[in-house]
Design a protein around this ligand. Structure first.
Ligand code: IPE
Ligand code: IPE
Ligand code: MG
Length: 244
């Protein structure tokens, strides 16, 4: 029997992924334009990056812009890209100090050149970080990634999960293989994947909260991790205590 290729228990801490939803509603509730919600969302990103290492999180994957988000009004898309660019330009100094390494995954061929340059700058500047890896999904689609990886298979190929994981990394221009997600958090009240990390979430523990992303605090991350630690992960086997 073959074991899953993706590490089931990360040796370097929990891999938490977050679908950061609810920015638009947060702004609307305040009578503000949607981009104001995205700007407020950046503060929540700063908070979770700062809190993650102390909570035992070794990798933090953030859903920043899904490939389906191209369907939004061009002004909103442009404001999001501007926000990403400012953020990735401003943060590396602090990240280097704190041992944070940032990598971006997703399609790069449709992003504005200035954003691309800033992504490369942030990735290079923080490449020595070992305390926390932050992965940002930008123009990422879980389904399209799987499809692109499948198209790269040689005829009659019988890839192991590890081989396919490498193809997935290539297909999402990820610098390294994305480890299995331990905990998937979605804010904003919706309870769906919205095409995020479909392969990597095979055994993810799911945590949904109505909290809108800009209101998400370090305490909320702590509650989610605490809840995660109380779960009994069986991966299809029987719990040790129940095994005869
Ligand atoms: C998530 O918040 C951020 C992105 C998709 C970039 P939304 O913009 O989806 O916020 P809601 O769901 O409309 O409130
Ligand atoms: C998922 O949220 C994408 C991000 C958080 C970046 P969406 O708001 O795009 O998802 P749906 O439309 O509610 O499924
Ligand atoms: Mg949304």
């Amino acid at each position: 029997m073959t074991q899953s290729s993706l590490p089931r228990r990360s040796s370097s801490g929990i891999h938490a992924a977050i679908i950061m939803d609810g920015n638009g509603r947060w702004a609307q509730h305040r009578g503000l334009p949607r981009p104001q919600g995205h700007r407020a969302g950046v503060e929540a990103v700063r908070r979770v990056i700062a809190a993650a290492p102390e909570l035992g999180v070794g990798a933090l994957t953030l859903d920043c812009f899904s490939s389906d988000n191209w369907q939004r009004p061009p002004e909103e898309v442009a404001s999001l890209f501007g926000i990403f660019e400012n953020f990735l330009f401003a943060e590396p100094t602090l990240w280097i100090e704190r041992g944070v390494r940032v990598t971006v995954f997703g399609r790069r061929d449709r992003l504005p050149a200035t954003l691309l340059e800033t992504i490369e700058y942030a990735e290079n500047a923080t490449s020595g970080g070992h305390r926390l890896q932050v992965r940002l999904g930008i123009d990422y689609s879980g389904r399209q990634t799987i499809l692109r990886a499948a198209r790269r298979l040689a005829p009659n190929a019988e890839p192991s999960e590890a081989d396919f994981g490498r193809l997935l990394a290539e297909a999402s221009t990820s610098q390294d293989v994305i480890p299995e997600v331990d905990l998937l958090i979605r804010t904003g009240g919706e309870q769906r994947f919205s095409d995020f990390m479909l392969w990597e979430c095979a055994y993810a523990e799911l945590f949904f909260t109505p909290r809108l992303w800009p209101d998400f605090a370090a305490d909320d991350l702590e509650s989610a991790i605490k809840d995660f630690r109380s779960r009994n992960r069986r991966f299809g086997a029987v719990a040790e205590a129940a095994a005869v």
